[in-house]
Design a protein around this ligand. Sequence first.
Ligand SMILES: [Cu+2]
Length: 155
Amino acid sequence: MKKLVKHSLAAGALLALALGAAAQAADAAPRVVKLKGNDAMQYDVKTINAKPGEKLKVTLTTTSAMAKEMMAHNFVLLAKDAPVDQFVMEAMMARDKGYVPDSGKKWILAATGLAGNGETVEVTFDAPKEAGEYLYICTFPGHYAAGMKGKLIVK
Ligand SMILES: [Cu+2]
């Protein structure tokens, strides 16, 4: 009986070790990039540099004097060939999807939900493997037009 207890403890310890190692291997910690959005409809960070394929975690925090329905922000990273104006139009009509349209999924490389005042949203993704500049935008109606955008530069 004693032997059995010892054995299962050891097995438990081994399992814990194995799980820990697996978790580490699965997600080598992403580099965190913190963005803020404000009532001027701007990101405070307009350029993000990344290595090809680098794992990034983008967080976006909104500060606003307005209610969330009136002022909220998201972070949507688009493929290089995305037809931005068309995408933004479709996004505007996707209110129930947090302004992230299903029709535009093929162009979306990463997207967060909407952050209203005091809220933080985040998304973890791998930067594109192909070097170049990728546009990120806020799809809340009117914000892209107001200049709420930035560039992810992969090199
Ligand atoms: Cu916005």
